[in-house]
Structure formats: C-alpha cells, structure tokens
Design a protein around this ligand. Structure first.
Ligand code: NDP
Length: 331
C-alpha cells in the first residue's frame, strides 16, 4: 500500500478551503489510490470554524483520509508536509491601500516560508493561491531559500480553465476537446489569456481555435475580458467568491504537476521565470508548461505576434512593480 502524502492547506476554514479539503480527501488532487493526511492551518479567530471542518471530514468517512491535523500553529501545520497549498491571506478591505494589503501578506508569507523551510518534507511542492498570488509566491521563495525555485508556484490554472470553458461554450464543443490555451503573466486583470496556439479535437482531426472561431473581434475583445473579469462576475452573481472552481483548479494544478500532463497538452502555471519569452528572470510569471516526473518545463519556441508581445510585457511590468512594492514592505 502507498504511504500517505501529507497535504497542507492554509486558510482552511475559509471559502476555498472548505471546497478544497473534501476534494483532496476524495483523491481528486493526488489520485484515487493515494492515501492522504490533511494538515489544516488557520488563524486563531477561525479556530472554532476550523474544528468544525475537521468534524465534517471525520463524518464524511473518506476512505483515503488517514489523518487530520487542524491547528493554528504554523510549525505544527508545516511539519513533514509533502504538498503545501497556500490559500490563507489577508483580503483587501474597502479603503485599504494596495501597499497595506501587500505588507500584511508579505508578513504572512515570510513567516510561513520560514516554517516550511525548517519543517516541511524534503522536496515539498508549494502552490500559492492567495492574492497577490504571484508576488506572495516570490516572497515565499525569498524566505525559504533551501526550497528549490522549481518547487514554488502560483495558481493561474483557474484562469486557464476559464479560457477553456469560454472556447467550449463559444464553439459548442465539450471542454475536454479543447486544449493548449495559455495564461501569461500575473493572476490579475493584466493577465493575457492567449488562444493563438489552442486547438479543438474534431471528427476531422485537431483544428486551431483561431480557425474555428474565425471572429477576431470576439477573440481579441470579449473572450479576453470575460476571462479576466470572471471572478468579479461570480461574486456579483453569488455574492460570494468563486471557491468551487478555485478549489477544483488547485487540484488540477497539483495533479498535473505530480502525475504529469497528457502527451501533446500543456497547462498554465505561475513559475519562476528563467527569462523564457523575454520575460524578466526572477519574477513568478504564468507560462505554458508540461509536467513529467514531478517537474514542470516551460514550453519553448511558440511564436509570439506583436499584439501578444505587448500583452506579455504589460503583465510583466505589473509584476515588476508588485515585486518592488513587496520588497519595499520588507525593509
Ligand atoms: P477565500 O477562501 O475565498 O480566498 C482565499 C484567498 O484566495 C484570497 O486571498 C483570495 O483572493 C484568493 N483567491 C485566488 N483566486 C481566487 C478565486 N478565484 N476566487 C476566490 N478567491 C481567490 O477567502 P476566505 O476569506 O473565505 O478565507 C481565507 C482564510 O484565510 C480564512 O479562513 C482566514 O481565517 C484565513 N486567513 C489567514 C491569515 C494568515 O494566515 N495569517 C490572514 C488572514 C486570513 P482575493 O482576496 O483577491 O479574493
């Protein structure tokens, strides 16, 4: 029998956490034959709610769930974890300056990074979900120098999946027949959802999305804004944020990273830039990646047209600014 994998979820009593932990316990993240031990962290004001989530996990009698640690102690939470999904973060409240939110999150990620560095299992993989996700991941990397760069990532898979969903609805094809969209850059409104390399499975073989949609106005306009603003649209409709889809895409991110992407398919992940596609090295930037043997590789050599180039640069500029702001909060 397989040894259980320890999965940390921070902010576990929150909305995304509540949707995410049952998915992990069901095997959605790591597969139906992989036992798991859940480590759930939240802050003291959420301790009682967190205990309630733990009670529900017990009551659900998940066969794969071999243990639950529910705690407000960051060291206990991080000890021996193989996978860390960082959902906890300080939300931007009305009237707060960007810098105030940033400095709160920098402080949180700094302390969690140190705990992970000292106490997590060797080769722990980290996924940051809480916003500003790319920059939180960068801070985490900064304060966990012994965790390899390649083990730290942020979530843009929700945006990726949203782009697949929009193409699927537009062309009236199953979403599973659409592949290879790309989300470039920041998990923010400057992200660039790119369909220039995407394709659809048809009875006559794979066809480029560009050829099938044949409406550049939609592709360059409504498609991009719908993906960029989908989070806000869901808040407006539900009066709550998009927790179900965020949790599901976090599972997709880790599953593909650990178990590999299908042949001929790439996904979007926020990862440490090595300067690919002239994106400044040292940013956490969303790229198209393939995964194998537990490691991601940036897809190389895709042609980038002039319009796309501008959008890749714009979102990189925003990330450079965020990085400067984050570092100014440190000093
Ligand atoms: P959610 O569970 O809805 O969201 C958690 C984080 O994920 C937020 O930063 C949110 O960003 C981000 N996020 C990224 N993508 C999405 C998406 N598609 N939809 C929604 N959110 C997204 O927040 P809750 O407030 O319900 O839960 C947060 C938990 O974190 C609470 O249990 C709280 O106690 C804990 N917390 C922990 C702190 C710490 O560790 N020190 C500090 C503060 C809170 P955005 O804000 O932009 O929506």
């Amino acid at each position: 029998a397989k040894q259980p994998v320890r999965v940390l979820v921070t902010g576990a009593a929150g909305q995304i956490g509540y949707a995410l932990v049952p998915m992990i316990a069901r095997g959605v993240m790591l597969g139906p034959d992989q036992p798991v031990i859940l480590h759930m962290l939240d802050i003291a004001p959420a301790a009682e709610a967190l205990n309630g989530v733990k009670m529900e996990l017990v009551d659900a009698a998940f066969p794969l769930l071999k243990g639950v640690v529910a705690t407000t102690d960051v060291v206990e939470a991080c000890t021996e974890v193989n996978i860390a999904v960082m959902v906890g973060g300080f939300p931007r409240k009305e009237g707060m300056e960007r810098k105030d939110v940033m400095s709160k999150n920098v402080a949180i990620y700094k302390s969690q990074a140190s705990a992970l560095e000292k106490h997590a299992a060797a080769n722990c993989k980290v996924l940051v979900v809480a916003n500003p996700a790319n920059t939180n991941a960068l801070i985490l990397k900064e304060f966990a120098p012994s965790i390899p760069e390649k083990n730290i990532s942020c979530l843009t898979r929700l945006d990726h999946n949203r782009a697949l969903g929009q193409v699927s609805e537009r062309l009236n094809v199953p979403v599973s027949d659409v592949k290879n969209v790309i989300i470039w850059g920041n998990h923010s409104s400057t992200q660039y959802p790119d369909v220039n390399h995407a394709s659809v499975k048809t009875p006559a073989g794979e066809k480029p999305v560009r050829a099938l949609v044949a409406n550049d106005e939609w592709l360059h306009g409504e498609f991009i804004t719908t993906v960029q603003q989908r989070g806000a649209a869901i808040i407006k409709a539900r009066k709550l944020s998009s927790a179900l889809s965020a949790a599901s895409s976090a599972c997709d991110h880790i599953r593909d990273w650990v178990l590999g992407t299908p042949e001929g398919t790439w996904v979007s992940m926020g990862v440490y830039s090595d300067g690919s596609y002239n994106v400044p090295a040292g940013l956490i930037y969303s790229f198209p990646v393939t995964c194998r043997n537990g490691e991601w590789t940036i897809v190389q050599g895709l042609p980038i047209d002039a319009l796309s180039r501008k959008k890749l640069d714009l979102t990189a500029e925003e990330l450079t600014e965020e990085k400067e702001l984050a570092y100014s909060c440190l000093s």
